[in-house]
Structures are given as C-alpha cells and as structure tokens.
Design a protein around this ligand. Sequence first.
Ligand SMILES: N[C@@H](CCC(=O)N[C@@H](CS)C(=O)NCC(=O)O)C(=O)O
Length: 222
Amino acid sequence: MSIKFYGFWRSLAAYRVRVALKLKGLDYEEIPVNLLAGDQHDPAYLKINPQGAVPALILEGVAQPLFQSMAILDYLDHAHPNPSLMPTQPADRARVLALAHLCASDGHPLVVPRVRNYLQNTLKLDEAARNQWLQHWTLQALQSFERALTQDPRAGRYSHGDQITVADLCLASQVIGAGFFGCELVDLPRVTAIHQALMEHPAFSESMPSRQVGAPTPTTTH
Ligand SMILES: N[C@@H](CCC(=O)N[C@@H](CS)C(=O)NCC(=O)O)C(=O)O
C-alpha cells in the first residue's frame, strides 16, 4: 500500500503522525510542505488539506486525503491495529484522549505558524512578547500533563502504564515545541522521565525534527 505523508521537518502535528507510521511499521513517502515559505497556502495543497496545514495523508485505496493529526492517528490505529495506540477499556481510552488533547487541542494550537504570524503581523507584538506567549502556553499544557500524571496511578513507564499510546505521541511533540521555544522544563519530573523513555524508542528518536529532510544543520539557527 502506498502512503504519501505531507509533513514538514519542524511540525509538531506531523511528528505525531511520523511516529505512528514508524511504530506501525508502515512504509511511507514524506513530501515536505515548507511552512516557512508559505507552501501550505498553495491552492494545489489546499485541495489535499483544506486547512492549509500539515499533516495530511494520501492512501492508496482511500478516496480522499486524511488531515488533522488526531483523525489520522485514529485512522491508522483502526486500519493497522498492531501495535495499538489506545487502551481497550472505555475509561482508559478517555484518560489517554484527555492527555493527548491537553497537547494537541489546547497547547499546540496556540503556537502554530498562523498564530505566530498573527501575533507578529496583525497584533504587532514584538519578539519578546511573542516568545513569552509561546513559552507560556507550551509550558501550561505540560504543567497540566504533569499534574494529570501525578494524580493518576495509571501512569507508568509511559503516560498510560507500559503501553505507548497517542498520549505519548502528543506529549513528545509538546516537549519538542518546548525546545523550539526555549522553555525550561523545571518541576516536570514525570513528563521528563516519560519523554526520556520515549526517546529510547527509535520511532520517536528517528522522527525528531532535526533528523528530517530540510532541517537546518547544527551550525545553522532557525
Ligand atoms: N490540529 C491540527 C494542527 C495542524 C497544524 O496547525 N499544523 C501546523 C504545523 S504543526 C501547520 O501546518 N501550520 C500551518 C500554519 O499555521 O500556517 C492537527 O493536529 O493536524
């Protein structure tokens, strides 16, 4: 089955999908959409993802492209159930989705390029104020995640026991964002420990932005 994965090296939402594709052992071709150059607004790309964002997936045998990372993860988990990225019990599923959405629905949307551009170009916030915004909302999601981990005995080596779930994909992407925006991860021991455990898995480490096509070399700033 051929899979075309529209991503971008530094996209946090694309990272989640890249990790899932690797965890499930699926071969894919990654097609970079340069978000810094505005390629997401190209009319041809808008036919693939009407939102003008990455990720998007085109699958052989599936009539329309898939978009929105959480929807893509849900598709992949149903179409390729091994290994599963969700627990089976309803209450456990609700917990995992709650953790995932802390990052994917509440933290991440506040720092995407279109929001950063609006802060800069429309609201005319200077760089210091923009950075304060990015750090504040990125850290707030991680602090909520930390509290949720601390308050629930179901956390384990990973966010939900010893099974890698969508909560972990979202957590890892949020921690990457924290790195991009210069957040200091203090007082987040559970988040930090789980992130370290995830990075020991090749699907997570090989998906890192710095290892993708288009990423700046270590001597270049971004
Ligand atoms: N909720 C969407 C977010 C998609 C999204 O905003 N992706 C960012 C990169 S992480 C993007 O492509 N942004 C383009 C822009 O803001 O112009 C998802 O999870 O797929």
